[in-house]
Design a protein around this ligand. Structure first.
Ligand code: PLP
Ligand code: SF4
Length: 335
């Protein structure tokens, strides 16, 4: 059975104020959701270490009164984040080493990754960039012109990956400018966006953005970061359909997160839902071991068991690749 798609009005009883764009106060969110700080093991210090930020459209998809809601768990600052954990560091991917130039990462053949903005629409607690020294990078936008020059000088680069933060945090004007600069580089064939906006703030997929994505010679890919079927609401469905109708190739990557999606049924439902919306399940990532995220860890054994059952349950094209990123490797590695 294909699960019924969540309707955005499903949790209407919360009566979110319509003019509010973002929640930045975790306690205000709890009040809204009829939960107490004790129930959630709230930590103000954790919220200080990595800022709390959630768009109202994402809050609309959270179930009131459920401390284990899989969406709430991804964004709520808890005491466990402050527990030190030996294998967890501030820069688990050692990206500081791959930065050939502020705002540009080239770890894998044929692809260059540009960090175009430090901002995201939402702050996910397990984010591997939660300690990223963005402030040392100066103004990323200022570095972009230089990075375009570097890419111009390396004909082996066929694909530019726009990342951040979330590249769709850039204004449409800036994105249009960036795309035009990259269009002048003949060896670039593809642009890839990694974005959570279509999920967490679908209104960002506006006509001007679609025009910017469509009016260029590139093949455009967008890797969505959907971790749970409940993140898909009717607003998200509409934004995804708009992207698809504008020739954007849609892929999805999820992070395997304890208590959020670490079971076969949840992952199977997610893959079914993705295909229903013409999105190819691409990667299922093992957690990057970033300080403050150890409570989300799924062991290799558990991951392997889930994946085996998932393989039995799904057609091959619906099965994301279970991978992990290891510092210094030439690609993400299968688990
Ligand atoms: C993940 C990643 C890529 C893209 O890898 P794919 O396997 O092509 O999705 C490229 N550059 C960096 C630095 C990455 O972390
Ligand atoms: S980079 Fe991705 S995982 Fe990290 S906070 Fe932004 S949207 Fe969340």
């Amino acid at each position: 059975m294909i699960p019924r798609i969540q309707d955005e009005n499903q949790f209407k009883s919360k009566a979110i104020s319509k003019d509010k764009a973002y929640y930045t106060d975790p306690l205000e969110l709890l009040k809204q959701l009829d939960l107490t700080p004790q129930q959630m093991f709230f930590s103000a210090d954790a919220a200080k270490e990595f800022r709390f930020k959630v768009p109202a459209s994402y809050v609309d998809k959270i179930e009131s009164g459920n401390p284990a809601d899989p969406l709430l768990m991804q964004i709520f600052p808890v005491q466990n984040e402050l527990k030190p954990s030996a294998a967890y560091s501030k820069d688990p991917l050692e990206e500081a080493n791959s930065l050939c130039q502020p705002g540009l990462l080239q770890k894998y053949d044929g692809r260059a990754l540009m960090l175009v903005t430090p901002s995201c629409a939402i702050n996910c607690r397990y984010c591997f960039r939660r300690h990223y020294p963005y402030d040392d990078q100066g103004h990323l936008w200022g570095a972009i012109k230089k990075n375009v020059q570097l890419i111009l000088q390396d004909p082996s680069i066929k694909e530019v990956i726009l990342s951040g933060g979330d590249p769709l945090s850039l204004s449409n004007a800036r994105l249009t400018e960036l795309i035009s600069m990259l269009e002048l580089i003949p060896h670039i064939k593809r642009l890839r966006f990694h974005s959570r906006f279509p999920i967490v703030e679908p209104g960002r997929i506006n006509d001007e953005l679609l025009q910017a994505l469509n009016n260029n010679r590139f093949q455009i890919l967008m890797v969505l970061h959907i971790n749970h079927a409940q993140e898909m609401g009717s607003d998200t469905q509409i934004s995804i359909e708009k992207l698809r109708k504008n020739n954007v190739i849609l892929l999805n990557q999820s992070v395997l997160l304890k208590g959020v999606n670490d079971n076969v049924e949840t992952l199977r439902q997610l893959s079914e839902l993705l295909i229903e919306h013409h999105i190819i399940p691409y990667y299922l990532h093992m957690l990057d071991k970033v300080q403050g995220s150890a409570h989300f860890e799924v062991s290799d054994n558990h991951a392997g068991r889930i994946y085996q059952q998932l393989r039995d349950a799904l057609p091959g094209y619906m099965l994301p690749r279970l991978v992990r990123e290891i510092a210094g490797e030439k690609s993400k590695l299968p688990v």
